[in-house]
Design a protein around this ligand. Structure first.
Ligand SMILES: Cc1cc2nc3c(=O)[nH]c(=O)nc-3n(C[C@H](O)[C@H](O)[C@H](O)COP(=O)(O)O)c2cc1C
Length: 193
């Protein structure tokens, strides 16, 4: 079993999504001690933005195809994904631009698009300052909604979300959101499976 762990928060040790994605990983690796784990820190080591390859020796091409190979090889992908301006960090988008590749993870056929990366699980670890799971701000969620649609487009049907939201309302709200997400992880037989 291969597990790919991706973090994208720029907040290092203060990051909520990093704390929670590591908690998900601790649970998964406890239950799958033989799992091979690959870690990508997109804040520490951002991928170059996608651009047409200068030539085959272009280092960006090699880095991009390594990211794609890691994604394809993974049985489970755990992604720490904060909300930045209603969407995801640009570092995470740059990674997506490397893994969403026609002919590898999706293709267009006579009947439209077809995902080629099914058969894996994706765990999205979402953190956000406000509340978007209900209420007036719901329509502005281009973070979880985008990631669900993107991985769905690539053929992934097994998508879970671990969420801490309202973390910027107050220190108490932040603690409550983090505790609730940890409780989901601890109780989540599905996440541990
Ligand atoms: C650049 C930036 C943009 C942000 N944009 C939003 C936003 O649009 N909506 C929101 O609710 N919170 C926003 N936040 C707050 C973060 O989503 C929140 O602090 C979250 O915990 C970040 O995840 P992290 O702690 O893992 O870094 C933003 C934070 C940063 C740094």
């Amino acid at each position: 079993m291969n597990i790919l762990h991706v973090d994208s928060s720029a907040l290092g040790g203060h990051s909520v999504s990093r704390e929670l994605s590591h908690a998900v990983m601790a649970t998964l690796t406890r239950n799958h001690p033989a799992a091979l784990v690959t870690y990508r820190d997109l804040a520490a080591n951002p991928l170059p933005h996608w651009a047409p390859a200068a030539d085959a020796s272009d280092p960006a091409v090699r880095t991009g195809s390594e990211a794609l190979d890691e994604f394809l090889a993974a049985d489970i992908v755990v992604i720490g994904a904060p909300m930045y301006n209603f969407s995801i960090p640009s570092t995470l988008k740059a990674w997506i631009d490397r893994i969403a590749v026609a002919g590898r993870t999706f293709r267009y056929g006579a009947s439209g698009p077809e995902g080629l990366a099914g058969g894996k699980r994706v765990v999205i670890v979402s953190s956000r300052g406000g509340i978007y799971s209900e209420g007036a701000m719901q329509a502005l969620d281009f973070q979880e909604a985008y990631l669900r649609k993107l991985f769905g487009f690539l053929g992934v049907t097994d998508i879970e979300v671990v969420r801490a939201e309202g973390v910027n309302f107050s220190p108490e709200s932040k603690q409550r959101a983090i505790a609730s997400a940890h409780a989901t992880i601890d109780a989540g037989e599905r996440i541990a499976a």
